[in-house]
Write a protein of this length. Structure first.
Length: 257
C-alpha cells in the first residue's frame, strides 16, 4: 500500500508531485476521500493516468449523505466547496466509507476475501460501538454548542446533536480576520462557554488569542481542549483512539455524563 499524503498534513492545500502520479499509475486500486477534501486527486492525478492499465477507483463518499457547505458559493462548474469534506471524523460516516473500500478490495482480489472480510467485520464492530458511545454519551448533554478553531466537526455535530462555531471554516489554511475573532469572543461571552477546541496538528495561536481576550473581558478561566482531525497517528494514538478521545473531550464542554 502506498499513501500519497504524509501523515498529519493539511490535505486541502497539498499538491501531488510527479512521484505521486507514478505511484498512482502503478496502483490496482486508488482510494480517496472525495467530497472535495482531496480535489487534487480528481483535478491532477486521475487525469494524468494512462488508460493502458485497468484499475479500480474508489471515491469513498460517493452516494453518501453529505452536509452542504454554507460558507461559500462555488464558481460555475466547480464542485469543490459544495460539501463539508470532513466525513471521516464521524464514526458513522467512517464506517460507510470503510465498507465501500472493503467491497472494492474484495472485488479486485476475491482470492483473499475471507481475510479482508474478517478485518472489515472487526473494524465495523469497533466503529458501530464508537457510534453508539457517541449517541448515548452525548444524549444527556446540558449544552449544545462548542467553539473550535477549525469548523471540521460538522458530521459529529449533525449526528450527535450539537453546533460548532469556528474561527475558520472548512479550509484549515484560511486566515481569520480580527473581526471574525472578535465576533467569536463575543459569542463565547453570550453563550457563557469557556472552552475552545483545537487540533494539535495545527497551531494554537488563534485559540490562545481567544482565550486571552475572553479571560480579560469576563475574568473567567478559558480552557483549550483537543479535538483530533485524525490525519495520522498523533499523541501516540491511532485513528480509533483519537475518536474515543474526541468523545471524552466533547463530553467535558457539552456537560454530558
Amino acid at each position: 500500500m502506498t499513501q500519497l499524503i504524509p501523515n498529519n498534513t493539511e490535505i486541502h492545500s497539498w499538491e501531488p508531485s510527479a512521484s505521486s502520479i507514478v505511484a498512482a499509475e502503478d496502483a490496482d486500486i486508488i482510494i480517496y476521500n472525495g467530497a472535495g477534501a482531496d480535489h487534487w486527486m480528481e483535478d491532477d492525478v486521475l487525469p494524468a493516468l494512462s488508460n493502458a492499465k485497468t484499475r479500480t477507483i474508489v471515491d469513498s463518499t460517493a452516494g453518501l449523505e453529505l452536509i452542504a457547505n454554507q460558507e461559500q458559493e462555488p464558481e460555475p462548474g466547480e464542485e469543490h466547496g459544495i460539501y463539508d469534506p470532513h466525513t471521516w471524523i464521524s464514526p458513522y460516516m467512517a464506517k460507510l466509507q470503510a465498507e465501500k473500500i472493503y467491497n472494492a478490495i474484495v472485488q479486485v482480489d476475491p482470492e483473499h476475501e475471507s481475510y479482508y472480510t474478517q478485518r472489515w467485520l472487526n473494524l465495523e464492530d469497533k466503529l458501530n460501538q464508537l457510534d453508539n458511545e457517541y449517541l448515548t454519551g452525548l444524549s444527556n448533554a446540558t449544552k449544545n454548542t462548542i467553539f473550535v478553531t477549525h469548523e471540521a466537526f460538522g458530521y459529529l455535530a449533525y449526528r450527535y446533536g450539537f453546533e460548532q462555531h469556528g474561527v475558520i471554516g472548512l479550509s484549515a489554511d484560511e486566515q481569520p480576520s480580527t473581526t471574525t475573532i472578535a465576533t467569536l469572543v463575543s459569542e463565547m461571552e453570550e453563550y457563557q462557554i469557556y472552552a475552545i477546541y483545537v487540533d494539535p496538528v495545527y497551531s494554537t495561536e488563534y485559540a490562545q488569542t481567544i482565550q486571552s481576550e475572553v479571560q480579560a473581558q469576563t475574568g473567567h478561566s478559558v480552557t483549550i481542549l483537543k479535538l483530533y482531525l485524525m490525519l495520522g497517528p498523533t499523541d501516540n494514538m491511532d485513528f480509533l483512539q483519537q475518536m474515543q478521545t474526541n468523545l471524552a473531550n466533547l463530553k467535558i464542554e457539552l456537560e454530558a455524563t
